[in-house]
Design a protein around this ligand. Structure first.
Ligand code: MG
Length: 363
């Protein structure tokens, strides 16, 4: 099964509601789609969102990385030489992790097809389904409360609440949501680097003192401030989850050994795909550090790849894979069954996606 061509296209989907974090506001998913064609007439699919504020990548940079560097590096290679293909994929250009992730997942899609097995089974086969949270955007408190109630009505038991713009006021947001949804709903808080270290300790301690029962706090301070993260992690009871601070397996090792966080959020767009994500899982697993798998604003295509990783690995105990639930429509065919909170895998080979809404593919 040799790589005959690597093509790109555009996925454009409206979101049901604007997505707002401490870093940005987005209204549509506008992603780069990747399609790898083989000499045996198999097709592997991948996707990359241009998340400039996190990975530094734009639509133009993703397209250039794939066309000018990755494509020539692996064209003509056999899918069975996965190790060598991956070395070339990661060695042909630095950074550009989302571009690499899109190609990596298309390769794994083909790899599953080559061995006629669903990817999650080849990646470890830990569990056939999981429950994802859903994101509640940063908005006026009343709106966040009604969005939370709506999510619970849809069947979500885990809310990931975005904060980080207004310091101490964030405590009031969480308190209002907790009052509205009651004690049985799990609440995660994501500050997206919006706080300072001392401020974080005071906010998180206030949430603890008020008994708001927060499962974890994600990336309270700037990604580069490991000292700040360690300062917080040492002083609060609530587990701290590193997100923007961890891209590579090396980042994960540094965070874990320095005690900068208790948990790690693995996203394919940060690691550069499944190949590197597996190394990060292995490092976390060897230290007993549980992981979450998350996504950027992605459609069902790339979120499916993350779902396969999640089901493959038992060290991934938390999922923030709500991309498909945030989209206003689902034009894909096949793939895991994203039924609101519950995501269930199928036994279709590879990623299982058979239809992708791309109008034109370019070589
Ligand atoms: Mg996050």
């Amino acid at each position: 099964m040799k790589i005959r061509d690597i093509q790109t296209g555009a996925i454009s989907l409206p979101l049901a509601h604007p997505f707002k974090t401490a870093l940005r506001t987005v209204e549509r998913v506008e992603d780069v789609a990747v399609r790898i064609l083989t000499d045996t007439h198999e097709v592997g699919y991948g996707e990359a969102p241009p998340t400039a504020v996190i990975t530094g990548e734009t639509t133009g940079s993703i397209l250039s990385a794939i066309r000018e560097y990755i494509r020539p590096a692996i064209l003509g290679m056999d899918i069975e030489e996965m190790e060598e293909i991956q070395r070339r994929l990661h060695g042909c250009i630095l950074h550009n992790t989302s571009a690499k992730a899109a190609v990596d997942m298309a390769l794994y899609d083909l790899w599953g097809k080559r061995w006629n097995a669903p990817l999650w089974r080849l990646l470890g086969g830990a569990k056939p389904s999981f429950e994802t949270d859903i994101t509640i955007s940063v908005n006026p408190v009343e709106e966040m409360v009604s969005d939370s109630l709506e999510a619970v009505r849809r069947g979500f038991h885990i809310l990931k609440v975005k904060v980080g713009k207004e310091g101490k006021k964030d405590v009031e947001r969480i308190a209002a949501i907790r009052r509205a949804v009651g004690p049985d709903i799990l609440i995660r808080v994501d500050a997206n680097q919006g706080w300072e270290p001392r401020q974080s300790v005071s906010i998180i301690s206030a949430m603890e003192d008020r008994g708001l029962d927060i499962e974890l706090v994600e990336q309270p301070v700037r990604a580069g401030d490991l000292e700040g993260m360690r300062y917080i992690t040492r002083r609060v009871q609530t587990p701290i989850l590193a997100d923007e601070a961890v891209f590579s397996p090396e980042d994960g090792l540094k965070i874990i050994t320095s005690g900068a966080a208790d948990l790690i959020n693995i996203k394919l767009m940060k690691t550069g795909g499944i190949w590197q994500a597996l190394k990060l899982c292995a490092i976390a697993d060897s230290f007993g550090v549980r992981c979450m798998t998350g996504c950027m604003l992605e459609s069902k295509l790339s979120v499916s790849a993350a779902a396969h990783l999640c089901c493959g690995q038992s060290i991934i105990t938390m999922a923030d894979l709500d991309g498909p639930s945030l989209c206003a429509l689902d034009p894909f065919e096949g793939g895991p069954d994203f039924r609101e909170a519950r995501v269930t895998m199928t036994d279709a080979p590879g990623l299982g996606i058979t239809g992708v809404p791309v109008e034109r593919w370019n070589s």
